[in-house]
Design a protein around this ligand. Structure first.
Ligand code: NCD
Length: 304
């Protein structure tokens, strides 16, 4: 039985297979509309979500399966003091596969050690978010036609932004990658992610404090929101929240064929005027999220 807790749980080949399958599903959705008949997905969301939970549910419904679950810890027995481990043992009696989001780093890993059905990490605290990464990879592939030879700027809250940590880890699978980390010093990439980068000759990286200087050379800019809920105090959040804002003036510095990505939700780090620019692909990214999750569910359930 296979789980997806960390993007490194999948080899490059396994990731590429999921992306290919997602593309096939986009081309031929009818071929997949019954593959999960009589299968159930449980979504256990102990933290807020719009896209991740609904895209998982839409994905399972489009595969012909059913969904059950909860969308806040308060409505589960966690509010009575039940452990993650007991919750998961229980839910794995009702469902064939579980997608779990939890504010504590490592909770989905613990769940995978207790579960008798596949567990998918749908975001654990400020740590990892591997299914957003599959979404991001599919977006890079569809928009830019390749995953190697790319220069990507990652901007905003690189400390708490779990989507960034998983994406950086995934990019280590591809050749000739340049990553530029643009953030306030206090929100820079954690040391454990940097030490993973150090093991890979195929990826070069540096940190920068200026969007304007970096934008002209990028193939993609990956914007993130400052993660208010993970700050220890509101003052620091207020001081840092508007450090980097992508507006039309800055978009004007980008290459014509570059792309603007964001895992969403956006707060104000991308001006809404940018939405109409052809380089803005964050809503196409949302749509890709459903298809990679369809491919992932089908793969983990090993259905034909
Ligand atoms: C992200 C998350 O939950 O980490 N959202 C998402 O799943 N698309 C990004 C965020 O919350 O900022």
């Amino acid at each position: 039985m296979k789980h997806l807790i960390d993007i490194k749980d999948f080899t490059t080949e396994e990731i590429d297979d999921i992306l290919l399958l997602a593309e096939n599903i986009i081309e031929h959705p009818d071929d997949y509309s019954e593959v999960c008949r009589r299968k159930k997905l449980a979504t256990l969301f102990f933290e807020p979500s719009t896209r991740t939970r609904l895209s998982f549910e839409a994905a399972m419904l489009e595969l012909g399966g059913s969904v059950l679950g909860f969308s806040e810890a308060q409505s589960s027995s966690a509010s009575k003091g039940e452990s993650v481990s007991d919750t998961v043992k229980t839910v794995s009696c009702y469902a064939d596969i579980i997608a779990m989001r939890h504010p504590k780093e490592g909770a989905p890993l613990l769940a995978s050690q207790r579960s008798c059905v596949p567990i998918i990490n749908a975001g654990d605290g400020g740590h990892n978010h591997p299914t957003q990464t599959l979404t991001d990879l599919l977006t890079l592939k569809r928009e830019l036609g390749k995953l190697s030879g790319l220069t990507i700027g990652l901007c905003g809250d690189l400390k708490f932004g779990r989507t960034v940590h998983s994406l950086v880890s995934a990019m280590c699978n591809y050749e000739d990658i340049k990553l530029i980390f643009i953030s306030p010093e206090e929100l820079s990439l954690p040391a454990y992610v940097k030490s993973e980068l150090a093991k890979h000759q195929n990826v070069s990286w540096r940190e920068s404090g200026s969007m304007e200087e970096e934008l002209p050379s990028l193939d993609a800019i990956y914007m993130t929101r400052v993660q208010r809920e993970r700050f220890f105090n509101e003052e620091d959040y207020l001081r840092l929240k508007d450090s980097f804002i992508l507006d039309m003036e800055k978009v004007g510095l980008m290459k014509e064929d570059a792309i603007i990505m964001h895992p969403l939700p956006r707060v104000n780090e991308i001006s809404v005027k940018v939405d109409d620019d052809k380089r803005a692909c964050y809503f196409r990214q949302v749509s890709n999220g459903k298809y990679v999750r369809m491919a992932l569910i089908k793969t983990l359930l090993e259905v034909q």
